[in-house]
Design a protein around this ligand. Sequence first.
Ligand code: IVH
Length: 668
Amino acid sequence: MSDVQTRIAALRDLIRGHDYLYYVKDKPEISDAEYDRLFKELTELEQTHPELMRPDSPTQRVGAPPLEALVKVRHEKPMLSLDSILNADEVLAFDQRMKRELGVQSVDYTAEPKFDGLSVELVYQNGAFIQGSTRGDGTIGEDITTNLRTIRSLPLQLVAGSGYPARLVVRGEVYMRLNDFQALNRRMTERGEEAFANPRNAAAGSLRQLDSSITASRPLVVTCYEVTSRSEGAASTHWQEFEDLSAWGIPVPLSRLRCSTIEEVITYHHETAEMRDSLPYEIDGVVVKVDRRQWQEKLGFKSRSPRWAIAYKFSPRKETTVIEDIAVSVGRTGTLTPLALLKPVEVGGVTISRATLHNADEVARKDVRVGDTVKIERAGDVIPAVSERVSVPGEQRAAPFQMPADCPICHSAVAREGAYYYCTGQMVCGAQIKGAIEHFASKAALNINGLGRKTVAQLVDHHLVRTVADLYRLTKDDLLGLEGFADRSAALLLQGITASKDVTLDRFLMGLGIRQVGQHIAKVLARTFGTLGSIMTADKERFQRVPEIGPEISSSLASYFSEPQNRRVIDELLKTGFRIESDTPSVGQNAPLAGVTFVFTGGLGKLTREDAARLVESKGAKVSSSVSKKTSYVVAGTDAGSKLEQARKLGITVLSEQEFSDLVQGEG
Ligand code: IVH
């Protein structure tokens, strides 16, 4: 090795070490000036010897040439979320559940801060950081490697000789410190750019950048909390995992605590909550994890979260201010939401000037009016809300608030459904048309790359798109007529639109924007029914028999699918060549009663009719309310009426309850 090579290697090691002390340990050992000298020396040597440049050099955190688009990456294991709880009773119940399920008397926990940022996955190969991604929908995220490389606390190279595994996948949180966030917002406003609402949005906006030099200019930090996979070695506890991570040079939460009882967890939560306001960054609770890895494995996972961990959140913060006005916003499903416009107030380091009032009933219940003094609360990830009115002696109050009779956007009539008011102009209301399309294109739904809020607004305002089906008829010429579109960007958007035709059933359902049907219910529907056809032909009663689907969601589904305009749009979509990947329904073609149709009439003794229907449906049969030639069996209970007669007329097999029960049991 030449002298220059040796000096470069030494400088890189030195700088990495000081980066670690400064950004991770928060304990710098040299002055900024000394650090700058080392950095300058390295930069100059690398400039004169470009052949010695290495991508993991500390000088390479400045960003790379901008990307065209963020590339998708599939996570080896899904990136899950956490169930949350708010009080000590719930955490005691969690402890009881853990002990019961493990069949043990006591469980050790690790308690650690819950950082309010963005989760990321980091991959290290032979100690070098090779890939980083966002959580995305949990299964597929976006490759943000070049952006992550600019984060100073993220080691590009793990500590030599520390025993790190050849391949290592870890997860952690990227966030922004409060003072850095405020300084960034000041810079943005000075430049006439829009400020970020909170540190979390600022972190998100900085990380999902095509131009990594922008990310490099944003003061992000990372902390890791999970080893997702490692090629060799294994920690027996989560605590040990933290020790390993730390030894390899990966930043981990410093204020973690190992607890041998749940009471210690509660004390830790209490103490952390007290410290919260003096911390330099936002945390929104404490994460409690069963410490032993073996026990974690035994406890396993639910669909979206591990059973062995829980987010024990802090109660939201509150501040007092005055309502200057009450505005009404129109959401993507047409719901009118009253919004309090506030005299700006700082709640937990973030300036709040508007807060939701949820709905008209809430406004009436809290009796808040323009000019009132109110308390505003904000929980980390939730939109600020008006929590209560504070009466002020001698105040002159305005008249009670009333919802408008016309939609503030399109002036269609406003209708009422329970506590909710909504605009009836579904197909003409700009807010709803745009909202519906944005929702359809969103990440959790059809995930159309390049179709964000701004483009949707352009498409609708230029009358190019009125329904989601119109998206699939767009041409390059249409797009070239819009501001900001060039050959390449138009081609990319069209590509994104075409690619979205290959979609899973749950995402498609989610995209339709049916009231009350979010990601979870869409998954339940896809799993239960398997195909779009069987969902579209189900009735309200059928929906209601699905566990997790209550009367409100059932009504919403039934009324959505009975609306001819909605069916027409779905038809049009299908005609454009959608390939909807059906879910494997819990009951498939091979189910014991597949293809069999039952009609129940009269009262049953042992089962309710609902239960009987649910039972046969779980084995793949259909239940109908009227007898026809397609009916396989009519089950006649006591006082069976005209359906029994009809069955006899058509020569359909009639079963007594006992015969029915034998038949069904015989099937498995
Ligand atoms: S553990 C399988 N630990 O909170 C375990 N998550 O609400 C998954 N988060 O998606 C997460 N601090 O983005 C864990 N100390 C911590 C965390 C933490 C913040 C985030 C993470 C996760 C979300 C769940």
